[in-house]
Each structure stands twice: as structure tokens, then as C-alpha cells.
Design a protein around this ligand. Structure first.
Ligand code: ATP
Length: 707
């Protein structure tokens, strides 16, 4: 079918146009990375606008705020004006759930985000399970393994999230928890704790007493399951689209399915099953593979196989990695550079060189992204960037100096030197006090909230508070590790070597163990412990005394947090840049035990690596150890050299094809006051792009001044 909407900038492929103009009520697009899923969804929205659907009756959904922003950008890219984009509802599923619950409950939703603040609820749940089941007849109950350690709490919270994401916490086996746990595939203890936790959270009432991340989605899904009539409260959308279906889980599916049925809207979803990286949240390719088809038997699937993000050299290497069969529509040679290093610092130096080479080739720095597997890797990278005077932005992941574990060590320095005042930002001073309290295990102390702000306002109170609280008379008796650290610091001279002092603090505190208590999740704790190691190593290497080191990091923070509109590179974790793209992608630390991370399932790691490399438009720089045995296996799997001849050939064919392409319409620069004149000459008005145009075959002579 001919499209009503013609985009600016791009020529859609036949596959894209088929999806843009599809007439079936429920449509899925199955694609490879960069194969224009989001762009095609934008085309689908624009097509609806061109067919007179009001913007306010269109809902565009994504799973993450980043993906939501990319969708907005793609609409602008294809020529939908800013005003129109602003009238559309472009939301994450969690945004939609929050908005719907707020309407139903009549008050704003508050979320408790840090896992450690949920710990007391988990402990109460454990006590409740012990009271209810211990000593109950039945061999399964005798095996209950109720522990309150940090690792156990973290395990319970992980299970809880998995159960909620999969909507596996209630069901037909409610009266027999043993069977219910078995069906859910979780240990009985975890299942019972999860049930008890939810009883506390909901406190017998419908309205939750507290909520954390994902609870809004889960609560709305629960409500829709129990009372499908609630769905009638959704706005009367006529068109719904959903991006990144590979992030879908059962709770989100319940919401989307209810939305489609209640509104009768036309639905289009797109996804790429190789981009499933959130298995923890119950994401699975099942939704793309069969759940939608099962719920909507008339569904029609459309493939999207051509990537427009990069040329054939990278496309074919990605095909080799993923065992895929995509092709490229970009007639450019996407460069893949490989560099090697021996140490973490050398790797960071290579990153700086790669950025400088990009700049020297006259490209913009903002088009360059350094994508890491994990945030602990950023210490060496940030230091190297600061040293080289290269501005950077850390959009999702905070810069290392503002991460809790490092704020704790900065707090230690501030106490020792009695110089919290040297930290210019009020927020950072507050965060330092919070981090100290968290690592000292006293963040829940009565009145702490007020004290925190008092100290941030009057920094000279800091040493007195932490020493006095656990010190003074109490200090002599206190046998906590933190009190021991306070005693040690009281003896330390300001010119003592910073590296040695911090190492001693970490040793006395046993920070790896403390990190487990603070972070609860073992994986997050291991990343934090590695960050701490990196920071201490950096202090050692600097050779500076405490006072000089303190000055250096505060100056570095001022450099790093300067607001920049241009001349900066992006520094982020791969998992946080899904949906985005960059001219130059640099991937450091591609080595055994870093990427793939051995704590994560192999398939998820490969998908994550694929997400990283597929963000590239023009140049990909891969950094791995000089020693071949230490290199990440993914590099070999890409078969970069082996696919090059085939890629050269594909590139030549593409160059020929592009020469033959002709636009369908020519858009004019005519303004409002020219409207009668151009209309009489035969021009037509595009109501979506709000521009005059002529069909390509028309004589352009009379229109020269508007072309
Ligand atoms: N027909 C086309 N011609 C030229 N460029 C296109 C075309 N369609 C899309 N593009 C461009 O291709 C790039 C990738 O598109 P898009 O972001 O929509 O892909 P995606 O499949 O959603 O990516 P991912 O899921 O990997 O984030 C964008 O820069 C987009 O502008």
C-alpha cells in the first residue's frame, strides 16, 4: 500500500514501508540491531498522523527512559514537528503504570529505591515465615532455610523481583505454597518469604504501603488481572506502539495486552530477540516468538533485516558473532580498529589516543562514546580523560567520584583532614555524609536525616559527628570496625601517603564485606569492591600525601562535573545505551573475566556485547590485552578479517544502488504567505511535516525559488 507519510532524510526500504502501512490491527516487527526498528515505529506513528489520527490519541511505549527518548528523537529525525511530538504520549511502561495508579489512588506515588531500605521489610517477612511455618508438620517445611545475612536478603529480593516480573506470585496453587513454589521454579523458602513480604507491603489492603522499582508495573498488572474492568480507565487511544519488545516480561505484557483489548487500538510492537539482556527482570524472547501470537491470533509479523546504522564490514562481523543474517544499507566502510594494552592504565591511555585520533579526523567529540561492561572500569578511564583535558559526560552511570563507595572514602579523607568544606557542591557533601553513615551502618539512626543536612550546611560538624557518635566516651569501648577506623584516623598526619592510609582503612573496615551489607546484591557489591580497589590503587600510584590527594580529587570533580554542551565524549555502561547510536564506539577492557563477566549467563553476556558493538555508525575501536589468551572470546567470534572480502563486495553493490535512488517528493521552502501561489502551481501540503511539496515527476521550473 502507498504510504501517506514521506519522511525527510531517509528512503524507507520496502520492508519499512510494509510495516509503516500495514493494515492489520496487531502487527509485530522483528529485527536486528540497527535495522531501523525505532525509526519504523516512528514512521508508523507518522503514517497514523497523516491518516488524521489526533496526536493525543497515540501512545508510544518503551521500557527504559533512554529508549523513550530515542523514540522521540527518531520522530523528529523523520520530520514530525516538535509541536506534534509533544502532543503524543511517549512513556515507559513504568511511567504509564505510575500515572494510572496515581489516578486510581488519587495521590502521587513515592518509591523506595535503595535495596538496603527494603531490608527491614525482608527481615519482618522472614520472622513472619518462621512464626507461621516452623515446626509445621510436613517434611518440606522442616527444610526451611531462613537466614538474615546480606547475601540471603539479596537473594530474597532477587527472587521477589523475578516472581513479580513473571507474575508468578499468585495463582491457582495459592492454598498449597509447596506446589506453587515448585511451579514457579523457586526454592520454597524464597517463595514463602516473597509471599510474606508482599503481605506486609500490601498490609491486607489494596493500596501498597511502600513500593520500590517495578512495583508500579506489578501492582497495575495485578489489578488488571483481578479486575479486568479497570482497563476501561485507560485513555481512549487509537494507536499504540511499543519499542524494544525484547525487554518485555509478563507483568508488562499483562498491561499491554489489557490496553490493546480495552481501547481496541491498532498495535505495533518491534523487538530484536538477540537484545534480551534483562533476564533478571523476566525479559524473554517468548513474547516476540509466541505470546503475542497466542493472545492475538490474527497478528501479522514483518521482518526488518537491513541495518542503516553501519556498513557491511561491521554488519557481517555482527552476523558472524550472532549467527544472524542481516544486511546493510549503508554505502560506507565502517572501520573496525583493534588496539592492545598490558595494564588497566595503558588501556585508558589507548582510549584517550583513540579519542584524539577521532578529533584529528575532524569529527565531533559528542559523537564518540566509551562503552564499558561495568562501572568499576571507569576509574582509570575518567582519570585518563581528566589528565588529557578531555571533557566527558556520564549520563546514567554517575562519575566514579560520586558513587557511594568512593564517597565513603572521600568522607574518610574529609574527616581526617577536617575539610569537608573543600567539596563545593551541597548535594555532594550530603551524599558524602550519607555514604559514611551507610558504610558505618548507622544510616537508620534516629534523627540522622536532619543531622545529614546540618553537616552539609556546616561542614566543620563532620569529624565531631562521626567521632563523637561512635567516639568520645563510647570510642574507647566501641568495637565496631568503623570506630576502629576513627581511632586510627585520629593519629594520622595530613602528609601521610594517601594510598597507604586508604588501604589501611579498607583493611580495618573489611570493605568487601561492608560493601555486601550496603549493596545487598552480591554482583553490585563485587563491582563496588572493585571500584574501591581501583581508587586505592590510584591514590597509591599518585604518590601524594592525604592533603594533596584530597585537593587533586576535588579539582578533578570540578572538571568532571562541569556542564558541557559540546566538546565532550560519552562514558557509559553498555546496558544503559540501548537504543542509542554514536559515530565512534570505543569498547575497552575486552578481556577474560571482564567481558564476558563470569557471574552472568553466557548468552546474556553475548547479547550485551552485541548491543555494545551495534551502537556504532562510523568507527568501532576494540581494546583487548596484548596477550592473545587473555582476550575476550567475542573478538574471535566476530571473524573481522574473514568477513572483510565479502563486505568489500557488498559495499560496491550498495554504492551502485544509492546512485540510482530517486526521491518520491520534493519538499519546498515555501512559507505561509506563499501558500496560494504554490497551491496554484500544483504543490500539495503535507499535514504532518507541515511543509509544501511537489511529486518528483513534476516540472521543477516554476518552483525554483522554493527548492
Ligand atoms: N531507510 C533508512 N535509510 C537510511 N537510514 C535509516 C533508514 N531507516 C533508519 N535509518 C537510520 O538507521 C539508524 C538505526 O535506526 P534505529 O535506531 O531506528 O534502529 P533500531 O533497530 O531501533 O536500533 P537498536 O534497536 O539497535 O537501537 C538511525 O540512524 C536511523 O536514522
Amino acid at each position: 500500500m502507498a504510504a501517506y507519510f514521506i519522511p525527510s532524510r531517509i528512503h524507507p526500504t520496502a520492508e519499512q514501508t510494509d510495516l509503516q502501512t500495514a493494515t492489520q490491527p496487531v502487527v509485530l516487527g522483528e529485527a536486528n540491531a540497527g535495522a531501523a526498528k525505532t525509526t519504523t515505529l516512528a514512521l508508523r506513528i507518522a503514517e497514523s498522523l497523516a491518516r488524521n489520527v489526533e496526536p493525543a490519541r497515540i501512545l508510544a511505549l518503551a521500557f527504559t527512559p533512554e529508549a523513550r527518548d530515542v523514540l522521540r528523537q527518531r520522530l523528529l529525525d523523520i520530520g514530525v514537528p516538535w509541536d506534534t511530538v509533544n502532543q503524543l504520549d511517549i512513556l515507559t511502561i513504568e511511567d504509564l503504570a505510575m500515572r494510572t495508579l496515581e489516578q486510581l489512588e488519587g495521590e502521587p506515588l513515592k518509591l523506595t529505591l535503595q535495596p538496603r531500605r527494603l531490608k527491614t521489610h525482608v527481615w519482618r517477612a522472614i520472622d513472619a515465615v518462621a512464626a507461621q511455618y516452623a515446626g509445621r508438620p510436613g517434611s518440606r517445611y522442616a527444610e526451611l532455610d531462613l537466614r538474615k545475612s546480606e547475601i540471603a536478603v539479596s537473594g530474597y529480593l532477587d527472587t521477589l523481583l523475578r516472581l513479580k516480573a513473571r507474575m508468578a506470585l499468585q495463582g491457582e496453587h495459592d492454598d498449597d505454597p509447596v506446589e506453587a513454589a515448585e511451579v514457579a521454579g523457586e526454592p520454597l523458602t524464597d517463595y514463602l518469604v516473597a509471599l510474606a513480604y508482599e503481605t506486609i507491603r500490601l498490609d491486607g489492603a489494596e493500596q501498597a504501603q511502600f513500593r520500590t522499582r517495578f512495583d508500579p508495573t506489578y501492582d497495575l498488572a495485578r489489578m488488571l488481572r483481578r479486575e479486568p474492568g479497570c482497563a476501561q480507565g485507560f485513555p481512549r487511544y487509537r494507536v499504540i506502539v511499543c519499542d524494544e519488545l525484547h525487554d518485555m516480561n509478563e507483568a508488562s505484557f499483562v498491561i499491554v495486552e489489557a490496553l490493546i483489548r480495552a481501547t481496541g487500538a491498532f498495535f505495533t510492537g518491534v523487538g530484536d530477540k538477540h537484545q534480551v539482556i534483562h533476564d533478571q527482570l523476566g525479559a524473554s524472547h517468548d513474547y516476540l516468538d509466541f505470546r503475542f501470537r497466542h493472545a492475538f491470533p490474527a497478528l501479522r509479523s514483518y521482518p526488518l533485516t537491513t541495518t542503516y546504522r553501519h556498513g557491511p564490514h561491521l554488519t557481517l562481523a555482527i552476523d558472524a558473532l550472532m549467527d544472524n543474517r542481516g544486511s546493510s544499507g549503508v554505502p560506507d566502510h565502517t572501520e573496525i580498529r583493534q588496539l592492545h594494552y598490558d595494564t588497566a592504565e595503558e588501556c585508558a591511555q589507548r582510549v584517550v589516543e583513540a579519542i584524539k585520533a577521532w578529533k584529528k579526523d575532524k569529527h565531533r567529540l559528542e559523537q564518540c562514546a566509551v562503552l564499558m561492561r561495568d562501572r568499576h572500569q571507569s576509574i582509570a578511564l575518567e582519570n585518563a580523560l581528566i589528565e588529557a583535558g578531555i571533557g566527558y559526560r556520564v549520563p546514567v552511570m554517575k562519575g566514579y567520584m560520586q558513587r557511594e563507595e568512593i564517597l565513603f572514602l572521600r568522607g574518610v579523607l574529609a574527616i581526617t583532614l577536617d575539610d569537608l568544606r573543600a567539596v563545593p557542591s551541597y548535594e555532594v557533601r550530603t551524599a558524602i555524609v550519607e555514604a559514611l553513615a551507610a558504610f558505618a551502618g548507622m544510616e537508620a539512626a534516629a534523627g540522622f536525616e536532619k543531622v545529614k543536612h546540618d553537616i552539609a550546611k556546616e561542614p566543620s560538624l563532620l569529624p565531631g559527628f562521626f567521632r563523637g557518635h561512635l567516639g568520645g566516651d563510647a570510642l574507647a569501648d566501641a568495637d565496631t570496625a568503623f570506630a576502629d577506623v576513627m581511632r586510627y584516623l585520629a593519629e594520622v598526619a595530613p602528609d601521610s601517603p594517601a594510598g597507604e592510609v586508604l588501604a589501611e582503612v579498607c583493611r580495618r573496615m573489611d570493605v568487601a564485606v561492608v560493601a555486601k551489607r550496603v549493596y545487598v546484591n552480591p554482583y553490585a557489591a563485587s563491582v563496588a569492591a572493585r571500584s574501591i580497589d581501583g581508587f586505592v590503587a590510584m591514590a597509591r600510584k599518585s604518590g601524594l600525601g592525604l592533603a594533596a590527594f584530597w585537593k587533586k580529587i576535588n579539582a578533578a570533580e570540578v572538571f568532571a562535573s562541569r556542564k558541557r554542551e559540546k566538546d565532550f565524549v560519552h562514558l557509559d555502561c553498555v546496558a544503559d545505551v540501548k537504543g542509542q547510536e554514536f559515530g565512534h564506539v570505543i569498547m575497552p577492557y575486552l578481556e577474560v573475566n571482564e567481558f564476558p563477566n563470569p557471574l552472568v549467563p553466557a548468552r546474556t553476556e553475548r547479547n550485551l556485547f552485541y548491543v555494545g558493538v551495534s551502537r556504532t555508525r562510523q568507527r568501532l575501536t576494540l581494546l583487548s590485552p596484548t596477550e592473545a589468551e587473555r582476550r575476550s572470546g567475542f573478538l574471535r567470534q566476530m571473524q573481522i578479517a574473514a568477513v572483510a572480502p565479502k563486505a568489500d563486495q557488498a559495499l560496491r553493490q550498495l554504492e551502485d544502488k544509492v546512485r540510482e535512488e530517486r526521491p518520491v517528493r520534493l519538499y519546498l521552502t515555501a512559507r505561509y504567505e506563499d501558500r496560494e501561489e504554490v497551491r496554484q502551481l500544483g504543490a500539495q501540503f503535507d499535514t504532518v511535516r507541515k511543509q509544501w511539496y511537489i511529486d518528483a515527476g513534476l516540472d521543477t521550473g516554476p518552483f525554483q525559488r522554493w527548492l
